[in-house]
Design a protein around this ligand. Structure first.
Ligand code: SF4
Length: 108
């Protein structure tokens, strides 16, 4: 692991710790989540199994539908067979519902 990636990981961990303590760093987390070397817990991301308004995992750029990324999006993923089964998230640990939502949501 290079020095820069160690620093990046350290910075990410500090950010996650700040989120856990309630500090408003959500914009930073959203900017860096895709390059994150680790995933955050559902609790830190404030994950819920229900959508928030029209926002849901099935329409989030971080969602990996059951069966993989192929077909991702409303037509291939959210409205296709992958919509019904829990998938994975690139930035949040564990299985997530296509109808779930968290604070790291980013529209696809
Ligand atoms: S858990 Fe959050 S970041 Fe992951 S797919 Fe769902 S809304 Fe997006």
């Amino acid at each position: 692991m290079s020095t820069s990636s160690k620093l990046s990981r350290r910075r990410w961990l500090k950010t996650v710790a700040a989120v856990a303590s309630g500090v408003a760093v959500l914009p930073f987390l959203k900017r860096t989540a895709q390059a994150a070397p680790i995933k955050v817990t559902k609790a830190i991301a404030h994950y819920q199994d229900q959508p928030s308004g029209g926002k849901m995992c099935g329409t989030c750029v971080h969602f990996i539908p059951a069966g993989g990324k192929a077909g991702h999006g409303m037509m291939g993923g959210a409205m296709g067979p992958g919509m019904m089964r829990p998938g994975l998230c690139q930035v949040v640990q564990g299985r997530v519902s296509p109808r779930g939502y968290c604070l790291l949501y980013q529209p696809s």
